[in-house]
Design a protein around this ligand. Structure first.
Ligand SMILES: Cc1cc2nc3c(=O)[nH]c(=O)nc-3n(C[C@H](O)[C@H](O)[C@H](O)COP(=O)(O)O)c2cc1C
Length: 186
């Protein structure tokens, strides 16, 4: 198997990071790998906010935990009260990706960008986790609050994030994949 295919096959979502910050040059390579992603008509309907300020990340997490605590389900309330709950798994760097949702393919183009950054990170020995749950607290009319906090340009809306850091411990096993997702017409 060539190195590219090996990198694709061995990438994992990692949910435990060392508290050490990644290097600037590594971050730059990851961003560049995302920004070269394919997009419909090369529209590049994305904006990336690099967040290394833990106070801002904690603010987002706390908003989400507040929301969990409002649930009718006691198990969800428990997660909202749990010290360990953290949407970004305490990663030292989080890339928040915002989409121009007026573009038909805005969301999927941003997915391409995130995937390329995750693969680039993995090739550099940096762990990542693609995360959307941080949006839950802001979906019902609070998006502007999040956009202001993140200084996201007006035409974009946060949709995904990528947590980045050096992995704490070995990478997890691959989760099983569906076996019936392909059909062939020859
Ligand atoms: C759009 C999207 C949203 C995701 N959101 C979360 C999330 O909020 N929290 C989380 O822990 N993982 C999240 N994941 C990671 C998936 O759970 C993970 O990719 C999947 O279980 C397969 O595991 P793997 O990435 O290790 O192959 C998300 C992945 C995608 C593509």
């Amino acid at each position: 198997m060539n190195e590219v295919l090996k990198n694709i096959q061995t990438r994992r979502s990692v949910r435990a990071f060392l508290p050490k910050q990644i290097k600037e040059e590594e971050l730059e390579l990851i961003l560049q790998a995302g920004l070269i992603a394919p997009s419909a008509n090369n529209s590049q309907p994305w904006h990336i906010t690099v967040v290394q300020n833990q106070e801002i990340l904690s603010w987002i997490v706390e908003k989400n935990k507040e929301k969990l605590r409002q649930s009718d389900d006691p198990e969800i309330v428990k997660r909202g009260l749990d010290e360990k709950t953290h949407n970004f798994y305490r990663a030292p760097t989080v890339l928040i990706v915002s989409a121009d949702l007026s573009r038909v393919y805005g969301m999927s183009d941003c997915g391409n960008l995130v995937t390329q950054m995750a693969l680039a990170a993995h090739s550099l020995g940096i762990a990542s986790c693609y995360i959307a749950s941080f949006m839950n607290a802001f979906r019902d009319g609070q998006m502007d609050l999040l956009k202001d906090k993140l200084e996201v340009p007006a035409q974009f809306t946060p949709v995904f994030s990528l947590s980045l850091g050096y992995p704490e411990g070995p990478l997890p096993e691959a989760r099983p994949r569906k076996q019936n997702a392909v059909n062939f017409l020859k």
